[in-house]
Design a protein around this ligand. Structure first.
Ligand code: MG
Length: 209
């Protein structure tokens, strides 16, 4: 009998915005407040928020700066059940890595958000997923791409089709796509991808494997 694989520690890649917290809903409120644009969360059709909110370059930059202010980052609501499920995995001996596309300037507030939501034990890394440095001068990311590619994961939870390319080097990775209005039309690239509507479903899918 082979017991070798029975109890093995798993590694989870978890995206921050719109997986751990309700960033899209917050953007909808910010766009209304700053520019009087009414685009309800359900109607955010594109991952590119400049397109979804029909903003000029200048207004888009303004919105991104506003959305990354520490007090705004700290105000984002938790996606229901996120911290409960992640803590359950950590209690079982698994490792959770939050790999966010936020720039390193947002690290401190993001870390604080995690701590305030009972996620003191997760690791946080900022990876340049989207090439958004434009909105902050001298911004950098604390996780270099070459170091990211040395990391291995068993599961990934991500909402953005633009980030799927970061999974290409891990053929056995199980990717759970957090169901959001802006990823409805995207086709899942491979059979190891599946859609999840919430953290309860993510938890069940991991338990089933
Ligand atoms: Mg995201």
């Amino acid at each position: 009998m082979d017991f070798g694989k029975q109890i093995s520690e798993m590694k989870f890649y978890v995206d921050f915005d719109d997986c751990l917290c309700e960033t899209g809903r917050a953007f909808s409120v910010i766009a209304e407040r700053l520019f009087g644009k009414t685009v309800p969360y359900e109607e955010i059709r594109f991952f590119d928020l400049q397109d979804s909110f029909e903003l000029t370059d200048e207004d888009y930059a303004k919105m991104m700066i506003e959305a990354h202010r520490p007090e705004i980052l700290l105000s984002y609501e938790e996606a229901p059940g996120a911290s409960r499920v992640l803590n359950e995995w950590i209690d079982e001996g698994h490792e959770v890595f939050i790999i966010t596309g936020r720039p390193a300037d947002s690290y401190e507030a993001s870390r604080k958000w995690l701590d305030e939501h009972g996620l003191e034990r997760v690791k946080l890394y900022c990876l340049n997923k989207y090439g958004r440095e434009f909105f902050l001068t001298n911004s950098d990311f604390n996780l270099e791409l070459e170091d990211y590619y040395k990391m291995e994961f068993d599961y990934a939870i991500e909402d953005s089709p633009m980030a799927f390319k970061f999974f290409d080097h891990l053929p056995d990775l199980k990717v759970m796509v957090y169901d959001r209005p802006w990823n409805q039309e995207c086709e899942l690239p491979k059979s190891n991808y599946s859609r999840c509507v919430d953290w309860e479903q993510i938890r069940e899918m991991v338990n089933r494997n």
